[in-house]
Ligand binder design. Structure first.
Ligand code: SER
Length: 630
């Protein structure tokens, strides 16, 4: 059996041996990708390439991508959910397809990780005829053959849906078909949820069986792989990304892609034969440390230990990628993670600051593989400050609690208000009420739940909007304007001087808008020169490419960035220019961009600045379009 700690490295070697280039991870916050708050899967930074853009490193890529999924922050506490995790990934950009992908991963699990093939189950997509998407019989047959080579006769069973499966059970099957709720993958979820413009496809998911005794039939119905009972754990997902969601339906992409992702912690758990990901080497040292700080044992009450370990590790990764706690967006999530961790610590009676106790351990776990954790002190500092401020707030929260319950009663509205505005959780309020001998109003919990549901609905509506715009915007004009912005930024520097620094940018499919530091009006002659330079680059048909660079190196080399932007330790740098020549422009950016600058001039379009004005003191604003000259 493999040492679980070496799975990441062994997987990357395995993929390298099969012709893959191992690419760096993207930061947790993708600069310039407005569609999501965090990198939540390995494919996300590769989106343009899955849609057909050429990747500079070729058509076989692999990496380990740190991901953060916030949708189930509140779910953390069971044995397999974490907000932050590493996803091992490999991609075929129109190169190999099902046959190789399935055989490689199957063999990897058995020959490298050392799993018993008898404990492996696989699920495939049952198709959706109404949309012209066929059942993935090809994948099922490939899998059947792979099992046969290991001496196992694998029966193929159509389970239809998870609900149906819980009713009829898996019988003696080993390969199962499910509907799109289980075996279709897009950034939004099932078929209906696939964002417009995104790539998607049916998938094959591998499950490890931790044993019948883990399944409580009374609670979960009959056992089957996609059940959440804890008996089966999904350890790898091969998505066959062969469609793009367009207005007219799911249109086959010109290249059939593979997008594979497997959770590292879960693979480690399978290797250990231990369904609890918190017992793997990437989390256990944190849990173990916590046990020394409290009288409660992990076995007795695992939930708070899991939340603290997960949240503190996630916060450390966020800090490593330059996120600072705040009241909005990424910073807000970080703040929430840190607060929740501290509240759980209070419940465990832990007095010591978590940052002091746990961050050095996180750094030790990752430092060898991720040099960003070498700067432990700095990383600890943002978290330490936040922790201190929150402790003060908690004390203030207790005072609020006193006011809210002056009448000796705690009701649902107060329970919710304390939670919502003071970050004071329900459990703590109830505990405090018990301690002070207050009455908890009958129905207070139901009222709290009702207010929570309402609030969730509000935030989901806001979250759904995140997918709109940006990459989900199908219009290639938006992408063209994005590239035009890079061309113009450089031209501004060439004409007005190096003091021009980007202060803001806003791109639609109709125009670009760009704010930059410059102390005076840009005169018509300068504008004409800027336009001419941009149009020259469009005519020159220059290729656009990107690479991942260490941030310090990129900034030292004069790569352009935006004022006030915070970058993680590594950044994606887009270059416009021919290979072997000094690029016309080099800029830190998350993409996407056109493949060649000539696309901007398609149909005889020319770049034109239509407005130049003052924006604020020392900052100018220009608007420009790509249009056919009158
Ligand atoms: N994108 C797929 C997932 O996140 C496979 O990499 O599961």
């Amino acid at each position: 059996m493999i040492d679980p700690a070496s799975i990441r490295q062994r997987y990357l070697e395995y993929m390298r041996d099969r012709g893959h280039v191992v690419i760096g991870r993207a930061p947790l916050v993708l600069n310039d990708d407005p569609t999501t708050l965090f990198t939540s899967s390995g494919m996300q930074p590769l989106l343009p390439y899955l849609l057909g853009e050429e990747h500079p490193e070729g058509r076989r890529l692999a990496n380990s991508q740190v991901c953060l999924r916030t949708q189930d922050i509140e779910e953390v506490g069971d044995n397999s959910h974490t907000t932050c995790f590493e996803m091992l990934g490999n991609w075929s950009l129109g190169d190999y397809f099902k046959e190789d992908q399935l055989a490689w991963f199957f063999d990897f699990l058995i020959d490298v990780v050392g799993l018993d093939p008898d404990k492996l189950y696989v699920t495939c997509f049952r198709g959706e005829e109404s949309r012209g998407i066929a059942k993935d019989e090809a994948a099922a047959l490939i899998l059947q053959d792979l099992y046969r080579r290991r001496g196992i006769e694998a029966e193929i069973v159509d389970l239809k849906s998870a609900e149906e499966a819980a009713r009829v059970g898996m019988g003696t099957g080993r390969i199962f078909y499910y509907d799109d709720a289980e075996n279709w993958w897009s950034r939004g979820g099932g078929i209906e949820q696939t964002p417009l413009g995104d790539p998607a496809g049916g998938d094959c998911e591998f499950f490890f069986d931790f044993g019948e005794e883990r399944h409580d039939e009374a609670k979960w119905g009959k056992p089957h792989p996609a059940s959440d009972s804890g008996r089966f754990l999904e350890i790898g997902n091969s998505v066959f990304m062969e469609y793009q969601h367009k207005k007219e339906g799911f249109v086959p992409l010109s290249a059939k892609n593979v997008d594979f992702g497997g959770g590292l912690e879960r693979l480690m758990a399978a290797a250990l034969g231990e369904p609890d990901v918190f017992k793997t080497g990437l989390l256990w040292p944190l849990v173990d440390k916590l046990q020394t700080l409290t009288d409660v044992s992990y076995e007795e009450r695992p939930e708070p230990f899991r939340v603290i370990a997960d949240h503190m590790r996630a916060a450390a990764w966020l800090a490593a990628d330059g996120v600072v706690p705040s009241n909005k967006e990424q910073g807000y999530v970080m703040r929430r993670l840190l607060r929740r961790a501290q509240l759980k610590a209070i419940q465990l009676g832990i007095e010591a600051p978590l940052s002091e106790e746990l961050l050095p351990i996180v750094c030790r776990i990752y430092a060898a593989d991720y040099p960003e954790f070498a700067q432990g002190e700095e990383l600890a500092d943002v978290i330490r400050k936040e922790e201190k401020a929150f402790r003060q707030r908690l004390r203030a929260g207790l005072r609020e609690f006193g006011k809210a319950t002056e009448g000796g009663v705690l009701d649902g509205a107060a329970l919710f208000r304390l939670y919502d505005t003071c970050g004071f959780p329900k459990e703590l309020s109830l505990e405090e009420a018990g301690r002070r001998g207050l009455t908890v109003e009958a129905g207070a919990l139901a009222e709290f739940d009702r207010l929570m549901v309402e609030q969730r609905k509000r935030s989901q509506t806001a979250g759904a909007g995140e997918f709109k715009g940006g990459l989900a915007d199908e219009d290639p004009m938006t992408v063209r304007y994005h590239t035009a912005t890079h061309l113009m930024y450089k031209a501004l520097k060439l004409v007005l001087g190096d003091d021009v620094i980007q202060r803001g940018s806003n791109i639609t499919s109709e125009r670009l808008r760009f704010d930059f530091s410059y102390g005076q009006k840009v005169n018509p002659e300068q504008i004409a020169r800027i336009e001419a330079i941009v149009n020259e680059q469009i005519e020159a048909d220059l290729p656009v490419s990107w690479e991942v660079m260490a941030t310090a190196e990129a900034l030292a080399a004069g790569v352009l960035g935006a004022f006030g932007d915070k970058y993680g330790p590594k950044v994606k740098v887009y270059s416009v220019g021919r290979a072997g020549e000094e690029p016309y422009s080099k800029e830190i950016c998350g993409g996407p961009h056109v493949a060649r600058t000539s696309e901007l001039g398609e149909g005889g379009k020319r770049f034109k600045i239509i407005k130049e004005e003052a924006c604020s003191a020392g900052v100018r604003r220009v608007k420009a379009v790509l249009a056919i000259p009158a």
